[in-house]
Write a protein that binds this ligand. Structure first.
Ligand SMILES: Cc1cc2nc3c(=O)[nH]c(=O)nc-3n(C[C@H](O)[C@H](O)[C@H](O)COP(=O)(O)OP(=O)(O)OC[C@H]3O[C@@H](n4cnc5c(N)ncnc54)[C@H](O)[C@@H]3O)c2cc1C
Length: 386
């Protein structure tokens, strides 16, 4: 959506195909990071977006045996937006779509399930999709962008094979009611004793993530919902009065967490961005921001060639060249956290402690904001070429 908006405002014809019939659904993550807010500010959109009722995340912290450690303090960052905005992604996408519709070259087709690539002479020339009318349709274009997420159809049709970059795990994903007197504006990870649970403030409710070692969901289910609720109460005592709202496993989604990236994001006429190019783990909640940064870089590199009607593979390679290093760094960081923090926390027999390197880093004033900066901006912030 961000790439479509950026290209359309520069006069490039864009057809955005979305398999769903609207944006009205639950997404994996509702976070809008400082880097994204700064980019929207460049477009003059940030203040308008901030008028939509939203939550604000000012800190990320760990709680273990009652001891709280702040691992990322966004308030100290030097930016107009020293927080992560929490807004249902459906509202964010509606906002962006409304803005993009102001530009005549933008076209959004809902219910368009892309199923085939049109390939001629070794070059992708567009796609075929099944529409809401169940008929086949075709879109031809000088460039096809696969921004279709972790299970990308475009990626698999292109033959690109992702390489895993961190150990897999599972997360149980559910909501609990929020009371007015609950802690505000933060995400807290409650860890230790075999449990890793996080609560994200969504304004009117809590988004709960309950991490599991890969493949242990059926064991957790067999242990029963009461066992899960008692673990929640044990780890987060103040939430106990609401755990009874969990009545059925249907309220809980088991999400598979993976992290991977494809070695080459492009082929003649085709580019992968976002999770299609690099599946992001939920650690740090950065996947949306990194996908948006890819979109900004793609628009910066490709708007002019697209206006001229032709994109070379060297120009597509330039997008990957700019984005690959930041992605590698954040995925390495996420792998470290999954391996050294989440796995240790899930081990019942080991007392939980943050890794020594992290404890030292967080004590040194000039270094302690590195995690916050990495989460808020990544290591290279792409600015929109205006
Ligand atoms: C448990 C979990 C929690 C997470 N929490 C966060 C978080 O808090 N913050 C954060 O920033 N990131 C989070 N992430 C990561 C984040 O979800 C992704 O990195 C991000 O959504 C990637 O954006 P994207 O635009 O590339 O893909 P997506 O957001 O997956 O969007 C892809 C779009 O393509 C459409 N599509 C798919 N196939 C087709 C097709 N064949 N035809 C047409 N359309 C199609 C889909 O309907 C969808 O709208 C989390 C991930 C997990 C697993």
């Amino acid at each position: 959506m961000v790439l479509a908006l950026l290209l359309a405002r520069q006069g490039v014809n864009v057809t955005l195909l979305e398999a769903h019939h609207d944006f009205d659904r639950d997404f994996r993550g509702d976070t809008i990071h400082p880097a994204t807010l700064e980019a929207l500010d460049q477009l003059g959109l940030a203040d308008r977006l901030l008028q939509i009722p939203h939550g604000k995340l000012e800190a990320m912290q760990f709680s273990s045996n009652g001891v709280i450690t702040t691992v990322a303090q966004f308030r100290r960052l030097k930016t107009r937006f020293p927080y992560i905005m929490i807004l249902p992604q459906s509202k964010f996408l509606d906002f962006l779509a409304e803005e993009a519709r102001r530009y005549p070259p933008f076209k959004l087709v809902f219910g368009a399930n892309v199923q085939r690539l049109i390939q001629e002479d070794g070059t992708t020339r567009g796609v075929r999709y099944r529409g809401a009318d169940d008929a086949w349709h075709e879109v031809r274009a000088p460039l096809t962008v696969g921004a279709d997420g972790r299970f990308s159809k475009i990626r698999s049709l292109s033959g690109a094979v992702p390489v895993k970059s961190s150990p897999p795990m599972d997360v149980l994903w559910f909501r609990l009611p929020r009371n007015p007197e609950d802690p505000r504006d933060q995400i807290t990870f409650y860890v230790g004793g075999g449990l890793f649970i996080f609560l994200l403030d969504r304004g009117d409710e809590w988004q709960v993530g309950y991490a599991l070692t890969k493949g242990s969901f059926s064991e957790t289910k067999t242990a029963g919902l009461d066992n899960l609720k008692s673990n929640l109460s044990h780890q987060v005592p103040w939430i106990t009065d609401r755990t009874d709202t969990l009545q059925d496993w249907k309220q809980i989604v088991a999400l598979s967490v993976e992290s991977s990236r494809v070695p080459q994001w492009y082929q003649p006429g085709l580019l992968l961005i976002g999770d299609a190019a690099h599946v992001m783990s939920p650690v740090g909640g950065v996947g949306i921001n990194y996908a948006i940064q890819d979109a900004i870089e793609a628009a910066n590199q490709l708007a002019e060639p697209l206006k001229a009607g032709q994109v070379t593979t060297a120009q597509l390679a330039a997008v990957q060249n700019r984005r690959e290093f930041p992605i590698r760094v954040i995925q390495r960081f996420q792998g470290f956290v999954q391996d050294r923090v989440v796995r240790t926390a899930l081990d019942r027999d080991r007392p939980f402690q943050l890794p020594l390197a992290a404890r030292i880093l967080l004590r040194i004033p000039i270094l302690r904001d590195i995690p916050a900066r990495l989460i808020a901006f990544g290591i290279r912030r792409s600015r929109i070429r205006m």
